[in-house]
Design a protein around this ligand. Structure first.
Ligand code: DX5
Ligand code: ZN
Length: 221
């Protein structure tokens, strides 16, 4: 029996000329969170949205806005995204000189704090910070683009983090998995220990995105 999880559709694969429709899809499908990918063309070779867009979305939805910052100097953007209405702010361990102070800053702004890690970075890099964060976001593709394939071996990494959290009484930390999550592999991802699934192209590039969101939740029934 699989346990319940949250789905966070990533608007990276939605129609950026009509984000209201993306929010409507999330609402109609019953998605828990809305995942917003922030890219600065420096940490990753792509450029997306900033606090203005988060603020615009905040005005149109009550859903949990999950901001995933793929940026250098993440500390500079915490307050702007918090003011814009982010519910969680996640930054990359590879981009942070002083992760502990950024975690403190995110929490002092009243947001959930997330720490993300790229597929090739040793998991041991994040372990010192797990007792202070709310979310660990495991990248299961190289960050930067939607529509890539799930990296083989990622389920092992999820299991390793799950075991570490269990062994250290840190089960209040949520494991979020981002990249290449599809209907066909979602059950394995959940069974490996994920609490939150990010799905971009699988939802927004499908013929019926509302139905696709509902199909994800049927996996947990
Ligand atoms: C990639 C982003 C992901 C992306 C996932 O850097 O962090 O959130 O939107 O897209 P899919 O689900 O298509 O792999
Ligand atoms: Zn993301």
């Amino acid at each position: 029996m699989e346990k319940k999880f949250k789905l966070a559709p990533s608007i990276l694969s939605a129609d950026f000329s009509d984000l209201q429709s993306a929010l409507n899809i999330c609402k109609k499908g019953g998605a828990d969170w809305v995942h917003i990918d922030v890219m600065d063309n420096q940490f990753v070779p792509n450029l997306t949205v900033g606090p203005l867009v988060v603020k615009a979305l905040r005005n149109k939805t009550e859903k949990f806005l999950d901001v995933h910052m793929m940026v250098i100097q993440p500390e500079k953007l915490v307050e702007p995204f918090a003011r814009a209405g982010a519910d969680s702010i996640t930054f990359h361990i590879e981009a942070a000189e002083d992760p502990a102070s950024i975690i403190d800053l995110i929490k002092s702004c009243g947001c959930k704090a997330g720490l993300s890690i790229k597929p090739q970075t040793p998991l041991s890099r994040i372990y010192p910070f797990l007792s202070d964060i709310d979310i660990i976001l495991l990248m299961t593709v190289e960050p930067g683009f939607g529509g890539q394939g799930y990296i083989e071996g990622s389920n092992d990494r999820i299991r390793q983090v799950r075991n570490y959290l269990n062994e250290n009484c840190l089960t209040n930390v949520l494991i979020e998995v981002d990249g290449g999550v599809k209907l066909h592999n979602a059950s394995e991802v959940i069974n490996s220990g994920a609490n939150i699934l990010v799905a971009g192209s699988e939802v927004f590039k499908s013929e019926d995105p509302v139905q696709t969101i509902r199909e994800f939740y049927k996996l947990a029934d």
